[in-house]
Structure formats: C-alpha cells, structure tokens
Ligand binder design. Structure first.
Ligand code: 5GP
Ligand code: ZN
Length: 115
C-alpha cells in the first residue's frame, strides 16, 4: 500500500526503532508513546483493520503469532510481572489512526481503564 506509513516502515522506506522482526511480523517503538513502554506489533502484510482478518488458518496463525510476540516483548522489556495491556483499535470510534493492523503493547506504569 503506497500511502501506508506502516508499509513504509516494513519496507525500510521510513525509519523506526525496530525491536523485533521475523518473516511475518515487525515491532517498533511508537513515535508518540503514552506509557514508558509503548511498542507496536505489526504484520508485514497490509491488513487494514481487525475486521479484515478472516478465519483462514493463515490469519489465525498470524493473530496468535502477533499475541505471542507481545508476550515475548513484555518479558524482554520487564513488564510481564508488573503487568501490561495489549490493545487493538478498529475503525473511527476507537481512534484508529493508521489503517494497517497493529497491536499496541503498553506498560511500565499503572494503566487507567481507558488509555
Ligand atoms: P492507532 O490509533 O492507529 O491504533 O495507533 C497508531 C499509532 O501509531 C499511534 O500510537 C501513533 O503514535 C503511531 N505512529 C503514527 N505514525 C508513526 C510513525 O511514523 N512511526 C511510529 N513509530 N509510530 C507512528
Ligand atoms: Zn500498510
């Protein structure tokens, strides 16, 4: 997707502080962190929203792998014991800004219910 910021990061056309990558997933620091730990976990493939995932085994594997990367990074950044939140925004009312599916990994401070 030409105008997608996260596709540009995936392709190396836009810089980001990359903290994890494998053949299907990339993770990097959020540019405007709202918590001491704020990472974005992103499929390399352009999928606009959570609504665009299907029940195919490929997509099932992808969403579980995204969650497992969140779990791994939580442990790596030492927020697994203190606690953390994994968040997906979907469409306008959630405040989704980037229409390329991503998980937010938030932690490093007590998190209010809405963040
Ligand atoms: P959304 O509201 O779509 O769930 O979240 C998008 C997130 O992407 C926001 O937290 C925002 O700060 C982050 N973001 C927007 N543009 C960039 C960018 O160019 N680089 C990085 N690393 N994060 C970005
Ligand atoms: Zn994209």
């Amino acid at each position: 997707m030409q105008d997608c910021i996260f596709c540009k990061i995936v392709n190396g056309d836009l810089p980001a502080k990359i903290i994890y990558q494998d053949e299907e997933i990339i993770a990097f620091d959020d540019i405007h962190p709202i918590a001491p730990i704020h990472k974005l976990i992103v499929p390399r493939k352009h999928i606009a929203t959570l609504n665009d995932l299907s029940s195919s085994s490929n997509d099932k594997n992808l969403i579980s792998n995204l969650m497992l990367v969140a779990q791994k990074l939580a442990s790596e950044f030492n927020i697994d014991k203190s606690g953390y939140r994994v968040l997906v925004n979907c469409n306008k009312d959630s405040g989704q800004l980037i229409y390329h599916l991503h998980l937010h990994l938030l932690g490093g401070r007590p998190l209010a219910f809405a963040c």
